[in-house]
Design a protein around this ligand. Structure first.
Ligand SMILES: [Zn+2]
Length: 362
């Protein structure tokens, strides 16, 4: 399935000019547009458009949240959608995408850590962003599913999604599945104390959100998508009898490398937090350079899906002591990666370590 074709179709058949808040208030259960996301006169406020970005933890030294909040920081007292928000294509064909509230992501990172962040807490920020992304990504997948059903059933162009959006049962299930998607990845990756704090946090959220637990295990996750798929098909084809056991999970796309537009809403622009562009994923790997790091100069190597692999020194490209080694194939890919991005990586290392470093010999 071509996701881009469906996105283009949704844009062509969108309801531009019809404010989402109308539909939100009619839906009864959809979360309201957050206050930090005002879209009436176009998007306001200082926003960084950045589909590949990360917070630079090293810039958090004098971030006020950190000093205001004592040890034992708690998880944010809100639903996920108060910290990040998915603007649907059908209502906002030009501005659609995932929006993150800067302080929301930081607060979530602090809650996950259970203490104020320090410049060495890149991993907590990354985890917070991943949770928010995985939740909002499901809203995108649901919109694509509805669009795909509309195309397949030759239903009224552009009508299905607004109808689906206002269906309370579909909306509640969508929030549960969105949280389940985020929780499933945390549970698979992070240690049990972290996944249990995420679980407690999600259980304290509103209706729908807090029901994610029913869809966490693999078989239940599939059944949840089937139930939602049944809503999707019934929306596009109202006369269709409900059949929630049919294997409709195919409607929800695996988005693979498709890039959902992502935006950071900066409410702390005068403070010192920095956003950095990521190096691209290529040759089946991704490189990260963290600031506030120890000698020797090195970069972090990740293999998809963003799993830490190892650290390599610069310019020797030796694997750091105690870290896993690289296979011959990975070594080859790293060399190819650095042929393309080596100079960018070198420049970032120079900035991070504050001293000149040689290019790697090619
Ligand atoms: Zn949501």
């Amino acid at each position: 399935m071509s996701i881009q074709s469906l996105v283009d179709y949704a844009i062509e058949n969108s309801l531009e000019g019809r404010p989402l808040d109308v539909d939100v208030s009619q839906s009864l259960v959809r979360p309201p547009l957050p206050e930090w996301l005002r879209v009436e006169d176009g998007l306001t406020g200082p926003i960084v458009v950045a589909d590949v970005f990360e917070f630079d933890a090293a810039s958090l030294t004098d971030f006020p949240l950190s000093s205001d909040r004592g040890p034992g920081s708690r998880m944010p007292p809100t639903d996920v959608d108060a910290l990040a928000y998915y603007l649907p294509i059908h209502f906002y064909p030009r501005q659609w995408g995932i929006y993150y509230l800067d302080v929301g992501a930081i607060q979530l990172a602090e809650g996950l850590k259970g203490a104020p962040l320090t410049p060495w807490d890149q991993a907590w920020l990354d985890l917070a962003m991943q949770i928010l992304y995985d939740h909002e990504r499901f809203h995108f997948m649901a919109e694509v599913a509805v669009t795909g059903a509309e195309v397949a059933l030759a239903a009224d162009r552009g009508r299905s999604y607004p109808t689906f959006f206002r269906d309370p049962a579909a909306a509640l299930l969508e929030e549960a599945l969105a949280n389940a998607q985020a929780y499933r990845r945390v549970r698979g990756k992070a240690d049990p104390s972290i996944s249990s704090s995420v679980e407690t946090w999600m259980l304290g959220q509103g209706p729908g959100y807090r029901d994610f637990g029913a869809f966490v295990d693999d078989a239940d996750w599939v059944l949840g998508k089937r139930q939602e798929g049944d809503f999707v098909l019934s929306t596009a084809s109202p006369a269709r009898p409900s059949s929630p056991a049919l294997p409709t999970e195919f409607l929800f796309p695996n988005i693979g490398s498709y890039r959902i537009p992502q935006y950071m809403v900066l409410t702390t622009a005068r403070r010192s937090i920095r956003l950095e562009k990521r190096f691209p994923k290529a040759f089946n790997m991704e490189i990260r350079v963290n600031t506030a790091e120890h000698d020797p100069p090195h970069f972090h190597l990740f293999t998809p899906p963003r799993d830490f692999k190892t650290r390599c020194t610069w310019p020797e490209l030796d694997v750091m002591r105690g870290d896993p080694g690289l296979s011959r194939r990975e070594r080859k890919n790293l060399e190819r990666y650095l042929v393309v991005y080596g100079e960018e990586v070198r420049r970032k290392l120079v900035a991070a370590w504050g001293r000149d470093l040689p290019a790697i010999p090619t």
